[in-house]
Design a protein around this ligand. Structure first.
Ligand SMILES: [Zn+2]
Length: 203
């Protein structure tokens, strides 16, 4: 059994996964981590097709790969939500999910993104607006979105005081402390990538 504190570097399955890979229930063989992308925020009821970022309508209803606006009142953006592999940073299990921001913060992020002036010190209060698989309900978890100078989506860290029982939400601890190989496999399996069959048990 894996411990809750050990480095994945001490788990032979981590080395096997990143070098030879594991056969998966989806029919592929995956070598190393790959991101899980959530298509749109909870509450989006429009078409699945993405429009171009450049066609964004602030006062309407709009969905691109990076931005979502509903009725000119709800503003969300795609964010990266990393769970570090314990002891193997910067390796991280990566979801891309959606976070809603206040209009003023949304405008600032969009402007920075469009102008290529992303600031590693820029952050904004953000609310996770997906139910992420493999977790108890994550909708409405609060955190901070951090601009990233690589031009990709901001990074969302859930942290701080949460509403009611969400103070004990496991996503907070897992983002803070990282995850091990068993948890990584559980999260992949929650998205149709079950690699748990046929992997020798650690030790
Ligand atoms: Zn798969």
């Amino acid at each position: 059994m894996e411990t809750t504190t050990g480095s994945v570097l001490a788990d032979p399955r981590w080395n096997a996964f990143t070098t030879q890979g594991f056969a998966c229930s989806c029919g592929e063989r995956h070598v190393g981590l790959f991101p899980i992308h959530l298509h749109h925020p909870l509450g989006w009821q429009g078409k699945d097709d993405y429009e171009a970022d450049a066609d964004m309508r602030m006062d309407g209803t709009f969905l691109s790969a990076n931005f979502c606006i509903i009725d000119g009142k709800f503003f969300a953006m795609r964010v990266r939500l990393p769970l570090q592999m314990r002891g193997a940073a910067p390796a991280a299990f990566m979801f891309t999910t959606w976070a809603s921001l206040d209009r003023v913060d949304f405008d600032a992020f969009v402007e920075a993104y469009k102008s290529g002036k992303l600031d590693p010190n820029a952050r904004a209060r953000a609310r996770l607006v997906n139910r992420v698989g493999g977790f108890p309900d994550t909708f409405n978890l609060m955190g901070s979105a951090f601009q990233q100078t690589d031009g990709g989506p901001p990074v969302l860290i859930v942290h701080g005081i949460q509403a009611g029982p969400n103070n004990e939400h496991p996503m907070l601890a897992e983002q803070r402390d990282g995850i091990g190989v068993d948890r990584m496999l559980e999260l992949f399996a929650a998205y149709g990538h079950d690699m748990r069959g046929g992997i020798p048990l650690a030790n």
